[in-house]
Design a binder for this molecule. Structure first.
Ligand code: ZN
Length: 179
């Protein structure tokens, strides 16, 4: 396996290239890579830097879903574990959005312990990006809807890492206070 620093650095570089030009939802259409950096950093903090593959998977967690990246490629360049974690975080994009969201709630408890951590970090990052100073009615509706759904997904993921559980509860509280 690659040494930890290379694993993470190469994951960040691949993520930057593959998501190049994409914007995230919320907060002024920031580059998508900001979302990946937030998720990777939450995971690094949550594990106190002890799990390089998990942080690499954080950088890459949307790569199969949103870009031309395959599980085989990730397994070859990184490791089977990194590839498997990303697959666990990949929605079936051939399904309509409502069904994808429903499945995330149903499937969350069946994920591996590490995939659950990535999912919580993902929801923290996405809620925080949707908290705006003076939200329009559309932004308010989106924040309410996203936060309610994220709570259902995270209910099936929590319990494995107190830091992430607390950060998530914090984000939910700030989201509701901002409305
Ligand atoms: Zn994500």
């Amino acid at each position: 396996m690659l040494p930890a620093v290379r694993l993470i650095s190469e994951a960040a570089e691949l993520a930057a290239r593959r998501h190049n030009g994409m914007a995230r939802k919320g907060r002024g259409n920031e580059p998508y890579i900001n979302h990946l950096a937030e998720v990777a950093n939450l995971l690094a903090r949550a594990t106190d830097g002890g799990d390089a593959e998990l942080v690499a998977a954080g950088w890459l967690h949307d790569a199969i879903e949103d870009t031309e990246t395959t599980r085989e490629e990730l397994a070859q360049r990184f490791s089977d574990r990194v590839a498997f974690l990303v697959v666990e975080c990949t929605d079936d994009m051939s399904l309509p959005k409502a069904e994808r969201r429903r499945r995330q709630v149903v499937d969350a408890p069946k994920k591996s312990a590490d995939a659950k951590l990535i999912k919580i970090a993902d929801k923290i990052s996405n809620i925080e990006a949707r908290i705006r100073p003076n939200p329009s009615s559309e932004e308010r509706a989106d924040l309410i809807e996203y936060t309610d759904w994220a709570e259902q997904v995270v209910a099936g993921c929590r319990g494995g890492n107190p830091y992430l559980d607390e950060k998530f509860d914090d984000a939910v509280q700030r989201a509701r206070a901002s409305l």
